[in-house]
Design a protein around this ligand. Structure first.
Ligand code: PEP
Ligand code: MG
Length: 526
């Protein structure tokens, strides 16, 4: 792939590399082999364990990693059995193709000749899969999780696909063909414009500067490369290195990781979140069994009960920050004031320890900024007390939505009730912004909402000026910002807050995008 994809995108495959590394999956397979199992069975046992671990996670993105692991194992099995791996043969020569598979994987995409790849249909899978991320990065339309359609119904047919709505059209008449072709042409023109202007300053038409940051930590190095574009890292999720191992990573291992993150951009703020495991993000070596894991021992609750884990992590962060002054420490799942006091006491203890140990360099140890996630509704009523204690707020709209609406963010049965555009979520966001602005507390929004065109303009209308998002959303949101007018958005705020349903909010925001020539970001065409 080296000549076909930019380096940052190639880094997606580093997850495979890491899994194969002797410190994770590789070693566990070896252990099984030493117990007397053959190579293929050993691999199967370990992979199933790994995949189940990922499938049980609360983050949909992380859940999707199970697919990568199963795909990786299939590839190794193919090698073990010497099977024919040349699975992709193109039956129609010299014409663009839509790749249809039960489960499209990232390497499958990588193997497909790019110049022939017009689109992707994956019968299973979702928007959060690596294949979907890769498809977005390659600019290839994708419909993920089509379900209930047999591949044979699509095979060797002429198809049109709409990646925005997830629509697949078979058996096309001539007039529809003309309509779809016009949409394709418009879409291409729009994408060209977005990528040409992607590096332009992030300022609205009427001169309001917005700050865009990156959410990092989910995939090996992808974001590290990407955040060259943004103003820093608004959220680095530290749980992944903990999940990839069979034991807690040592202070040294954590130090090395955090050092590499912090030193990539010494002049930009880098926000490292302390461990947010528990709930549905389990550690295999630290099992927790609970009836209601989302309401249970999660994030700061777990680490405060285990100050040893917390101290090692914070010490690693502080040591990594010696000589730099960009470290921001973010505390997840805060619901009470005493949690902040206790965490700050431990951070102070770690700070004094590191300062004393690193006596020669200790002059170069700066005090980190300490902030909290606003994601549990109880904090809405404690903002003044919390603001006195911390340097910044970061709003986690994913969990705030889940807890405010009492809708499990992973439960498909209630997924239609889960929406960050719900009037109550917007009212909560408005309250947070009003308070933070009036009291000069820096505030970032780092949930998924910030990386969606509709979400970004809603947040701008409410007054938020710092948004942290998935690296691939950066250019798109930059373009949205450059084509909007902050005065108009501000004027829209009362209307947004007055809507009575998520659908009404979305339709109001979509109208604004349409009026400003940005409708093409949420539907096909320009
Ligand atoms: C959130 O809850 O919005 C958030 C950013 O954190 P996570 O998705 O990791 O829970
Ligand atoms: Mg959260």
């Amino acid at each position: 792939m080296s000549d076909k994809l930019p380096e940052d995108i190639q880094a997606i495959f580093q997850l495979y590399d890491q899994l194969l590394d002797a410190n994770s999956l590789g070693r566990e397979v070896e252990k099984e082999i030493h117990q007397g199992w053959d190579a293929a069975s050993s691999l199967k046992f370990v992979v199933e364990r790994y995949a189940a671990r990922f499938q049980n996670m609360d983050d949909p993105y992380m859940r999707e990693r199970a697919v990568d692991i199963l795909d990786l194992s299939n590839r190794i099995l193919n090698n073990i059995f010497n099977a024919d791996t040349d699975a992709l043969s193109l039956s129609v020569p010299n014409r663009p193709c839509i790749l249809v598979a039960q489960e499209v994987s990232a390497p499958m995409l990588a193997e497909f000749p790019r110049e022939r790849l017009a689109g992707i249909i994956s019968i299973n899978g979702s928007n959060n899969s690596h294949a979907a991320i890769l498809a977005r990065a390659m600019g290839v339309p994708a419909v993920m999780g089509l379900q209930r359609v047999s591949i044979s119904a699509l095979k060797e047919n002429e198809l049109f696909i709409d990646g925005y709505s997830g629509k697949v059209v078979v058996h096309i008449d001539e007039s529809s063909r003309r309509v779809y072709q016009a949409l394709i042409d418009e879409e291409e023109a729009l994408q060209r414009k977005i990528s040409e202007e992607g590096d332009q300053p992030c300022i609205t038409k009427d001169g309001c500067a917005m700050s865009l940051l990156v959410n990092a930590g989910l995939t090996a190095n992808v974001e590290m490369e990407q955040f060259k574009q943004g103003d820093g890292v608004g959220l680095y999720r530290t749980e992944i290195p903990f999940m990839m191992r069979e034991r807690f990573p040592s202070e040294r291992e954590q130090y090395e990781l955090y050092k590499s993150v912090l030193s990539t951009h010494p002049n930009k703020e880098i926000t490292l979140r302390t461990l947010d495991v528990g709930g549905d993000k389990p550690l295999s070596y630290f099992p927790i069994n609970e009836e209601n894991p989302f309401l249970g021992w999660r994030g700061i609750r777990l680490t405060l009960d285990h100050p040893d884990i917390f101290l090692v992590q914070v010490r690693a962060m502080l040591r990594a920050s010696i000589g730099l002054s960009n470290l921001h420490i973010l505390l997840p799942m805060i619901s009470s004031i005493n949690e902040v006091d206790e965490a700050k006491r431990l951070i102070k203890q770690a700070f004094l320890e590191v300062k004393e140990e690193a006596s020669a360099e200790s002059q170069m140890l700066s005090k980190p900024a300490v902030g909290i996630m606003l994601e549990v509704p109880s904090v809405l009523f404690l903002l003044p007390q919390l603001a006195k204690r911390v340097d910044f707020f970061s709003v986690g709209t994913n969990d705030l939505t889940q807890y405010l609406l009492a809708v499990d963010r992973n439960n498909a049965r209630v997924s239609s009730l889960y929406s960050s555009y719900h009037p109550s979520v917007l009212a909560a966001l408005n309250q947070i912004q009003q308070y933070s602005f009036a009291n000069k507390v820096p505030v970032t929004v780092c949930g998924e909402l910030a990386g969606e065109p509709l979400g970004a303009i809603a947040l701008m209308a409410l007054g938020f000026r710092k948004l942290s998002m998935n690296a691939y959303s950066l250019r798109k949101i930059n373009w949205v910002i450059r084509n909007t007018n902050i005065q108009e958005l501000k004027a829209l705020a009362p209307d947004i807050l007055a809507q009575e349903s998520p659908e009404a909010v979305r339709s109001l925001l979509s109208k604004y995008l349409e009026l400003n020539g940005l409708g093409g970001l949420v539907r096909a065409g320009q």
